[in-house]
Design a protein around this ligand. Sequence first.
Ligand SMILES: [Zn+2]
Length: 509
Amino acid sequence: MPHLHLKLAASAVALALAAPAVFAAEPTTGGNETVADWYNNGQKFVADSKKVFPNNRKAKNVIFFVGDGMGVSTVTAARILEGQMKGATGEENRLSFENFPALALSKTYSWDQQTSDSAPTMTAMITGYKAREGQLSVNHLTTRGECSSAVIATNSVPTLLEQAAAAGKATGVVSTARITHATPAATYAHTSVRDWEHNGQVAAACAGVADPVKDIARQMIELSPTVKNSLKVALGGGRDYFRHNAQFDPENTTKKGLRTDGRDLTAEWVSSRANAKFVYDNAGFAAATPANTDFLLGLFERSHMQYEADRNKTTAGEPSLTEMTEKAISMLKKNQGGFFLHVEAGRIDHAHHAGNAKRALLDTVELSNAVKKAMEMTDPNDTLIVVTADHSHVFTIAGYPHRGNDILGLAREVPNTDGETPTPSLAGDGLPYTTLGYHNGPGAVGRTDLSSVDTTALNYMQQAIVPMGSETHAGEDVAIYANGPKAHLVRGSMEQNWIYHVMRDAFGF
Ligand SMILES: [Zn+2]
């Protein structure tokens, strides 16, 4: 490896002269940079930063990406994994949104939770108000389990999607989770319980209530006329919540829907809108284009969509987050007045809950790909793109692994002698350990010897200390990345609900 032969740029001479002597033997545990590279890339960053000026234009379009559960450690590990998949050491890699000029930290507590769930956190980001556990786009005065549709209407707070619709924007919602799951649902639904996704769940909880709030799936179909006309595209999972319990599923023909009211909301989407389509697989998805469809509902699984690592890519399978983002933008662009699009990588969260880092990280890489596609299809002069998370997970990057150590492997420290092959570091119990781990979750099954275990396998579950059937969310801040009009308003330490106010200001509402 020729990486220690110095290629000195003029500006790097001063530093290079002061640099330590070249190693006698080339280290096997470092990167490929020259000494001058460190100096030069720092200088380039300063020069590039001086070319960044606040963009105070109005945003014609806003695209709001949420990596569900994408804490800072998840971003770091995904960046390393993506770099290593490209054959590099990995640490120096950057996910697409890491090149955005604006960055801030988001404080994710909700009105009543120190460590919060996706419902109040998305409510904060999409309405501007912090809310209560499990509640969607209603204010924090709403009682737990409130059934009354009149009370919910009184306590509802408008979402940015609804306000964009009122301003003549086209709107869209994309998620790899059920489209009725907390994060996407907060954009269009108002309810006191995030789990009321189909009518049977409301009926069980609100028996005897004269006018109970509508279930989330029904709210997505029965929108106000303005929002109904604006919501051009909804892509995700959750078909069972839209179809009734005497109706066989189009893909899995032995299974029936969940609704107990005899309604097929997928058919109602088509019949209650002009030039509308409902699709459920890649063949239908490919056939629905901006040229032949004005309203597209795609529900590609009975419940959540597949993880990117498991996705069936055939015509009978389902699209990637990138493909759904591309389709949504292409449809929304038909509106000359601009659009608002929410895209959720919903299953980063689910893989973490399962204590399964690899699937979480591969879904994070796919989110990065979707953001890259959105950047390619839009102009930063008129499109604000925000990428953030609703909350973190108890996921850590631990030990002193050497540069380029397999991020999914056992932690191996830099050896004492250059040129020596690093061996797995041993913990106090004499056993090796993985770099990645969880504080709690299903991986808390006791310390076992991992010496001959393939910890890079897709199904490998990282070790944890506190036993729990499902690994939990974490309470530390998450990052907010922004590019485009008013991106510079994303700065410093922010309350999570301020994100809404930045996006709304960018639209000029
Ligand atoms: Zn979660």
